[in-house]
Design a protein around this ligand. Structure first.
Ligand SMILES: Cc1cc2nc3c(=O)[nH]c(=O)nc-3n(C[C@H](O)[C@H](O)[C@H](O)COP(=O)(O)O)c2cc1C
Ligand code: SF4
Length: 628
């Protein structure tokens, strides 16, 4: 639809100004038309436009706006939110080097130097001939094979300066990114392509997910059960969400099922953005049928006919594999109308590719992103189970949670409940990386101690372990007896190991820079406060801090936790708080007593005091053991 907000010339081209290339309206219209001119498919539209024109230029946004009945500002709001979209022209090949701390410790600097030397450009630049752009990006989910990079849709892993140089030379010689993987790339199956690019590193297969899995056992049982019986089984199993928060899955499904609206949705959260986490990548590659089976069972339980698989943009190399699996299941009557021949059992899934934004893992932001909006969290309540995607009841679960649910329906709730510990039932996938001999995936029942895991992975000389990624907890050797359970050390899966040579302040500073980069910017304490925290850590790194700065770190952290709208801000100070608690000497060793003991730093507590009083929110008191 053209709402007449943009002028179109007789030749079907528009020019937003006389010296800008005209925009081919017909081509933009065709792209939008492929997605039904639906504003909720804005990410897909922007991806296609960017693929075609190498950027999302202002005049292009006008054209998209007129096709989707939005304003240009709304389109620009989406295009500028996601880091994988660019408003200025990118190279025909974009190399995104993973800049995670694990990559840095594994030799990223030399890999960057090799790329820069051969390509003749610096990180952040595009070559003058428009052939190639070189950039860095936060964790791309390859920490077990760092350093890693995305080259358009192709993944390169375990890079060395030599392999980086060879890849850059091949690209300079005009070879395609796919040819870096194999000269037979196009003959390989989608699964073969995925595993050629990325090792799965399954080091320990447990009884539930990575051991033998009978085909469709869960779905075959579920079709003979009433929705309430399915929900009872999931509840009795004790399954809790594997995305980090650990909410009881059966209860979530029950809430959604109890909502009497005519549409319900099931969304799989495959955003997996927490640095150090890569377990969902392995499930998506090795157990895609089990995942879709779990989503289909959830759909039957809550009465959903529509589902979305939200795949992080960094995992675009898995898109074809997943689309193939969806197509195969449609053919086999496992998706679509009358699933397994059952009248009225209808469910299908569309894949939504994300576009490089960690915040989109937060379920409200994930829903916003699925709706074609900037990935901003939503105000809660209402919760997604009542009013989620497009305002309808929506179940959002992690990839691993859906896979577990399918196995529970296949093998029985008691079987699952018997594994693990009280309150943490079943198995858990741990993504282990960093300073150990055998990084990779370990499927273990809940309840192992950190020591036991470290022995398994060849990391017994660890000095520190980051449990749960940057938003989790960093512990030292005196806490390695603690258990990996929801009640002790909860984790969405990330276990990052650091040996005694690593600089804790460097790690903390990196994690704070990550949160600064990934804050959606909606709340001032998160947007501004994390910048101040990062700066304060830099002060410690430079040896310019006073003991009073430790109080400043605690006060400011407390304020950010207290006043942030979503889980990102509520956990972003954790790298600081957990290291202050578990590694106090690291801070004490580099702080010098000030002459007068007066802080010269900005006091955000006082600055927001007025607002807090108006909002009737109490002040956060830093007295709890937040790692418990
Ligand atoms: C900043 C932030 C990022 C998150 N990222 C993810 C993610 O990548 N994957 C995920 O499953 N859950 C993530 N979560 C948790 C989700 O909000 C939500 O709790 C989860 O998808 C629910 O699924 P589950 O009950 O199966 O765990 C994130 C939460 C926050 C606050
Ligand atoms: S806490 Fe941070 S990420 Fe969350 S809504 Fe506020 S600004 Fe955005």
């Amino acid at each position: 639809m053209n709402n007449g907000r943009n002028g179109t010339g007789a030749n079907g081209l528009t020019a937003s100004s006389c010296n800008v290339a005209p925009v081919p309206q017909a081509e933009i219209a065709a792209i939008c038309d492929r997605f039904g001119n639906d504003k909720h498919r804005m990410l897909d539209i922007l991806y296609d436009v960017q693929d075609r024109y190498r950027s999302i230029a202002p005049a292009t946004m006008d054209a998209i706006a007129s096709q989707t009945d939005l304003t240009r500002i709304e389109v620009e709001g989406v295009a500028s939110f996601y880091s994988f979209f660019s408003l200025t022209p990118k190279g025909r090949v974009t190399i995104r080097l993973c800049d995670d701390i694990v990559d840095r410790f594994c030799g990223l600097e030399d890999v960057v130097a090799a790329f820069e030397e051969v390509l003749g450009i610096k990180v952040g630049d595009t070559s003058a001939d428009g052939a190639v752009s070189l950039e860095t990006t936060p964790c791309i989910g390859m920490c077990d094979q760092a350093p890693a990079a995305m080259v358009n849709n192709v993944m390169l892993t375990s890079l060395t300066p030599e392999t980086a140089r060879a890849a850059a030379e091949a690209l300079m010689a005009g070879q395609s990114p796919e040819s870096l993987v194999s000269d037979r790339f196009h003959e390989l199956s989608p699964h073969e392509r995925a595993v050629r690019m990325v090792e799965n590193n399954v080091r320990h297969a447990g009884a539930v997910l990575l051991g033998p899995v009978p085909e469709e056992a869960g779905l075959n049982n579920a079709v003979g059960m009433r929705p309430s019986q399915i929900i009872n089984a999931v509840e009795e199993s004790g399954l809790r969400g594997c995305g980090g928060a650990g909410f009881t899955t059966g209860r979530k499904w029950r809430f959604a099922a109890s909502e009497k609206l005519d549409r319900h949705f099931v969304i799989c959260n495959a955003d997996e953005g927490e640095p150090g986490t890569f377990k969902d990548r392995v499930l998506l590659t090795e157990r895609p049928h089990l995942l879709i089976e779990g989503m289909t069972i959830a759909a039957r339980a809550v009465g959903a006919r529509e589902g979305i698989l939200y795949l992080r943009g960094e995992y675009v190399y898995l898109r074809e594999l997943l689309e193939t699996v969806l197509e195969e299941r449609r053919r086999r009557g496992l998706l679509g109308k009358e699933i397994l021949g059952v009248k009225g059992f209808e469910f299908d899934i569309r894949l939504q590719l994300g576009a490089g934004a960690y915040i989109c893992g937060e379920e409200g932001a994930l829903i916003s992103s699925c709706e074609g909006l900037p990935g901003e969290p939503k105000t809660r309540p209402p919760f997604p189970v009542s009013r989620g995607y497009l305002g309808y009841p929506t179940v959002v679960n992690n990839v691993e949670t859906f896979c577990h649910a399918a196995r529970i329906l296949g093998q029985g709730a008691k079987w699952f409940h018997a594994m693990g510990t009280e309150g943490s039932h079943g198995t858990k996938l741990f993504s282990v990386c960093g300073d150990c001999l055998n990084p990779g995936i370990y499927e273990l029942p809940y309840g192992h101690t950190v020591w036991e895991l470290l022995e398994m992975v060849g990391g017994a000389d660890a000095a520190a372990v980051q449990v749960g990624g940057p938003s989790g907890t960093m512990i030292g050797r005196d806490s390695f007896h603690r258990k990996l359970t929801f009640d002790d050390l909860a984790t969405g899966g990330a276990i990052i190991i650091f040996n005694g040579q690593r600089n804790i302040l460097e790690i903390v500073e990196y994690y704070m820079s990550f949160f600064v980069h990934e804050s959606c910017g909606y709340c001032t304490p998160c947007r501004v406060g994390n910048v101040f925290l990062q700066k304060a850590i830099q002060k410690f790194q430079k040896g310019l801090a006073n003991p009073e700065d430790i109080d400043y770190l605690k006060d400011l952290s407390g304020t950010i936790i207290e006043t942030s709208r979503c889980g990102l801000g509520m956990t972003s100070p954790n790298p600081i708080l957990s290291t202050l608690k578990n590694f106090p000497l690291v801070y004490a060793a580099v702080s010098k007593p000030s002459k007068d003991g007066i802080r010269d730093t900005f006091d955000i507590q006082s600055a927001i005091d007025g607002a807090r009083k108006i909002a009737k929110r109490r002040s956060y008191i830093f007295d709890k053991d937040f790692t418990q």
